[in-house]
Design a protein. Structure first.
Length: 154
């Protein structure tokens, strides 16, 4: 389920709106290992499944920043803004990792538009809270307020 806006200006009237959810994604050990290689973070709780079985989570977990990075995958599945010359990631606020995401878990993004304002340069800045849900878990793996800017076609 996703939400489409015909123009960036339509975001201004949609603050407080639930935007939808992405598809489920299974976190594999291969994805975790690839992220470890890309970031040089090879901590055993992520990359050593045998040792991780005896660790605090009962198995390997995804890096928190891997979970965060997947928000970039989920957002285009959840919200589309048309009539733009470009959209840019402007930043993020309030990043939290309430629950570790175990290897083998399925996750998805759920999004809500929490702020939208016109920028001085003619764009619209949108703050979208993305909650990364873990299938079967009460608490999310990540909650982040993403900040994007959308510039209309001229």
């Amino acid at each position: 389920m996703s939400t489409t806006f015909a123009t960036p200006a339509e975001l201004l009237g949609a603050v407080g709106q639930q935007l939808g959810t992405s598809e489920w994604l299974t976190i594999t050990q291969e994805r975790v290992d690839g992220f470890a290689d890309a970031t040089d973070d090879h901590q055993w709780i992520h990359v050593d499944p045998e040792r991780a079985k005896t660790g605090p989570f009962g198995g390997p977990i995804a890096h928190g920043y891997l979970t965060l990075s997947l928000v970039n995958r989920f957002l285009p599945e959840i919200v589309q803004v048309h009539g733009i010359s470009m959209g840019v990631n402007y930043g993020a606020d309030r990043i939290r990792f309430p629950t570790p995401v175990k290897v083998g878990a399925r996750i998805r993004g759920r999004a809500e538009l929490i702020e939208a304002e016109q920028t001085k340069d003619g764009g619209v800045q949108a703050k979208i809270r993305v909650t990364v849900e873990i299938e079967g878990e009460e608490r999310p793996g990540c909650v982040v307020d993403t900040i994007s800017r959308y510039y209309p076609k001229r």
